[in-house]
Ligand binder design. Structure first.
Ligand code: BG6
Length: 512
């Protein structure tokens, strides 16, 4: 057995953050997310000794799978996708309590079988065990699963101090405001809000949490964090991958739903929100909702605040790749955007007049997510730019991924006998300071849900507020069909429309 290395982040953690005895039930147990993220997350929590002594994993799905086969599937998922190698002793501890129940998502009898399976586990444990239901299925069956958790008594409200059952729900959380409200209504008919954990995996990323620490654990930023000193904010979530094998899902979704409404908007909320009264779930989420509510409605039409486009054929990493319309499973006349950019104005005291630019897209030159806060230029009285001084605006950039870190662009004197300047970068790199084997987002999120900490999850009203902002855009694009849809070559930074959005306010996208 390998000696588990202790990561500095984990020191002392298990003492303070113990989860009660838990059974995690995964709906969609043979799905892609389960293999790529959930099983490796559970394995790594076990590796770090963060699972409760009584931990049980139950897969649930339509396909009948014997327990032994489910365990082998899980072991293979760890081999293929875990950040640490499979250690048979560590996995063995989880595998011993890993089982599978087959049943339909709309089949009450299946949920009754699941209920007796959980009761049998409790019988062996000798006490009640909290159930954490992880809904990792296509959204078409979300409602049936929730309803059946209710009717089988599995998801019932528990009025004790801790909730006996919890539900984690994967994205997409609705397709627009109406469907998000409907889903919240269904959840609310079975669970209390405190039992519901809506996932946005970006909140589980180390660097996204570090954004809060940088903002609120350092005194130097807050005095500058407003319209007096900040000129604009750019948030980029770029991917080099194309649609891959997810055509069925993506055609119904598109970039605005897939990346902007959730991940990118979460980055905006954490950047722009007021300091919360405490680092408690409700205090933090109240502030996020408040800032999202202060965003002005998005202007639509030719000179509006949004741009959309699809990737055309192009070159990426030296290879030619097809355009979106030529990808497998994509309609030749598809009006689904693979890139979206948006200009937002936050109408409050802190941010009035500071544009927030958001963009995301597939088949961009590289996978990179960053938040760049650009400060106002100093008055050019001492070093006027016309005299050949190369001065850049100060920019603070949070590098979310990859090469996680924090960078600051400053202007420095070039050594020499005359005074000439050049922008220089001061940077902090996670990997250099802390080592590179940091926990994956899903490890943090599964652990938090087990413990009952909702800080890094989306509250129901937050999901609705975000959908409220983007639903008019979706409706407008739907009514326009392909009109106004631009193309960008795969491997480029997006369409001209995205550049025009910034140029109209005297800005340009920075190269992340
Ligand atoms: C998912 C989207 O939520 O996030 C995918 O559905 C996208 O389309 C993925 O590729 C990006 O996540 P990450 O963690 O790789 O940046």
């Amino acid at each position: 057995m390998v000696e588990p290395e202790r990561h500095p982040f984990l020191e002392g953690l298990s003492k303070h953050r113990g989860a009660p005895p838990t059974v995690v039930v995964i709906f969609g147990a043979s799905g892609d997310l389960t293999a790529r993220k959930l099983i490796p997350a559970i394995y790594n929590l076990s590796y770090d000794n963060l699972l409760p002594a009584e931990f049980h994993l139950v897969g649930y799905g339509r396909k009948p799978i014997p327990d032994e086969e489910f365990r082998s599937m899980a072991a293979k998922a760890i081999k293929d996708f875990s950040r640490r190698e499979l250690d048979s002793d560590i996995w063995g501890r989880v595998a011993a309590n890993t089982t599978y129940v087959s049943g339909g998502y709309d089949e009450k009898a299946g949920f009754d079988r699941l209920a007796s399976h959980i009761r049998a586990i409790e019988g062996r444990v000798g006490s009640e065990v909290q159930s954490l239901f992880y809904i990792s299925t296509p959204p078409s069956v979300f409602e049936s699963i929730i309803a059946n958790l209710g009717s089988s008594g599995l998801g019932g409200r528990y009025l004790g101090q801790t909730h006996h059952s919890k539900v984690i729900i994967e994205k997409p959380f609705g397709m627009d405001l109406d469907s998000a409200r409907l889903l919240n209504g269904t959840l609310g008919s079975v669970f209390e809000e405190g039992q519901v954990y809506r996932i946005d995996h970006y909140l589980g990323k180390e660097t996204v949490q570090d954004l809060l620490v940088q903002r609120f654990a350092n005194a130097i930023f807050e005095p500058l964090w407003n319209r007096n000193y900040i000129d604009s904010v750019q948030i980029t979530v770029a991917e080099d991958q194309g649609v891959g094998t997810r055509a069925g899902y993506y055609e119904q979704s598109g970039c605005l739903r897939d990346m902007i409404q959730n991940h990118t908007t979460q980055l905006l909320a954490l950047t722009a929100m007021e300091p919360p009264g405490s680092f408690e779930a409700e205090a933090l989420r109240d502030e996020k909702v408040k800032v999202l509510k202060a965003i002005e409605p998005v202007a639509l039409g030719p000179d509006g605040d949004v741009a959309r486009a699809q990737y055309a054929a192009g070159m990426l990493a030296g290879k030619s790749v097809p355009g979106y319309l030529d990808e497998q499973g994509i309609a030749r006349d598809s009006a689904t955007e693979t890139f979206a950019a948006i200009r937002l104005s936050i109408n409050n005291w802190r941010w009035h007049g500071v544009p927030f630019y958001l963009r995301s897209g597939k088949r961009l030159p590289r996978r990179v997510s960053e938040i760049a806060v650009q400060f106002k230029r100093p008055p050019g009285t001492i070093f006027p730019s016309k005299d050949g001084f190369n001065l850049a605006p100060n920019t603070l950039s949070f590098q979310i991924q990859p090469d996680e870190g924090l960078g600051m662009v400053l202007n420095a004197k070039i050594p020499g006998l005359e005074t000439r300047t050049q922008p220089v970068k001061m940077s902090f790199r996670y990997a250099t300071t802390f080592g590179s084997n940091t926990p994956e987002a899903y490890e943090r999120l599964v652990l938090d849900a087990m413990i009952g900490d909702g800080t890094l999850f989306i509250r129901g009203d937050e999901a609705e507020t975000s959908w409220g902002l983007y639903t008019p855009v979706l409706q407008f694009w739907k009514s326009e069909g392909r009109r106004g849809m631009e193309a960008y070559a795969a491997g480029s930074w997006g369409p001209a429309a995205a550049d025009r959005l910034l140029a109209a306010r005297g800005h340009a996208w920075r190269q992340p």
